[in-house]
Ligand binder design. Structure first.
Ligand code: COA
Length: 327
């Protein structure tokens, strides 16, 4: 059994919000943001653009690269924490928009680890049933809709964007997915969450007044947990696949903070030249970030057949994981 990544795509909205723009909105400055996070700018969706609109553009790019028609898709998985609606799922909306008449689909919520959880889920589907030939895995976020633009602790970090990976079931080829490690710990609600809008705290005048519909985060706690969890997951998958860190061509971490990525690289250890970082351009796009990196790597020719590529992520939940791919 072999599963291959046949196409990649990504999309970020046209509007760019720079650190200098943010200086006019909250008490912050370009130097603080750059040195603490590595972020220089982020892309912001237009008011009329929702998660599915961003997803559609990334999806079409991945399908076009692979030369696969939407009607050939068997399943669509959309990783997101910023769906168009609580229901119907963004995957349903996307199925209709693409004209993916044979596909079923669903949304998967694992915050910034969403793309990795979705890849693992897609692999599972494809492994048990060969009728799933083409599965489209998407990470799409309009985080600008969930950010409190008056809170300098969070608003400087996030951006909007989408990415897509088209997987094909190729029974006669080698599997490109070598090993995976995923985890959750639901005991950390206080450090990273969006408290209202679900059944625990339904929307009310009070929840709006209390700003409970925005991302809440204890940055320092997240930082430490993120580094530990990603390092541990990366080591587990390398061991499972019997691949040494020296053989890894690219570490592709979730783009949350350049300092988090450096700390992970130091502890593996792996030289910074082998860490793919584009956070400067996009900020943290949650479930979309790793796929945006992969699409850039593919389109710029920076990843070659046979390269070992180590993906790792961390996010609210808590959720975390790593997946080792042989390109
Ligand atoms: N501009 C200027 N100052 C800011 C600021 C901003 N945008 N945001 C926070 N500060 C201030 C804080 O208020 C604090 O001031 P104080 O000491 O007077 O209270 C000071 O800067 C230092 O804050 P601290 O939390 O120690 O900074 P830090 O070095 O930990 O960096 C983060 C803050 C948020 C960048 C960092 O903790 C981080 O990236 N954490 C992980 C967040 C993340 O990745 N979340 C998503 C996970 S998927």
């Amino acid at each position: 059994m072999g599963i291959k990544i046949r196409g990649t795509g990504s999309y970020t909205p046209d509007k760019v919000l720079t650190n200098e723009d943010l200086e006019k909105m909250v008490e912050t400055n370009d130097e603080w943001i750059r040195t603490r996070t590595g972020i220089c700018q982020r892309h912001i969706a237009a008011p009329e653009q929702a998660c599915s609109d961003l997803a559609e553009k990334a999806a079409r790019a991945a399908l076009e690269m692979a030369g696969v028609a939407p009607e050939e898709l068997n399943a669509i998985i959309v990783a997101t924490i910023s769906p168009d609606h609580i229901f119907p799922s963004t995957a349903c909306l996307l199925q209709h928009r693409l004209g993916a008449t044979k596909a079923f689909g669903f949304d998967l919520e694992a915050a910034c680890s969403g793309l990795l959880f979705s890849l693992e889920t897609a692999r599972g589907l494809m492994s048990v049933n060969r009728k799933y030939r083409y599965v489209l895995v998407i990470g799409s976020e309009k985080l600008s809709a969930l950010v409190n633009w008056e809170d300098r602790n969070t608003c400087v970090l996030f951006g909007d964007g989408a990415s897509a990976l088209l997987l094909e079931n190729c029974p006669d080829e080698e599997d490109c997915f070598l090993a995976s490690d995923l985890g959750v710990d639901g005991n950390s609600l206080d450090i990273l969450s969006l408290p209202a809008g679900g059944s625990r705290n339904p929307a009310s005048v009070q929840t709006v007044t209390d700003k409970m519909h925005y991302i809440h985060m204890a940055g320092r706690d997240v930082f430490k947990l993120a580094v530990n969890a990603m390092v541990s997951s990366c080591k587990k998958v390398l061991e499972e696949a019997n691949v040494s860190i020296d053989q890894v061509r690219w570490l592709v971490p979730h783009q949350a903070n350049a300092r988090i990525m450096s700390a992970v690289a130091q502890r593996l250890p792996l030289e910074e030249e082998r860490v793919f970082i584009n956070i400067g351009k996009y900020g943290n796009t949650s479930a979309a970030s790793i796929g945006i990196c992969i699409d850039e790597m593919v389109r710029s020719g920076q990843v070659q057949k046979g390269d070992y590529v180590l993906l790792t992520a961390f996010g609210g939940g808590l959720t975390w994981g790593a997946i080792l791919i042989k390109w």
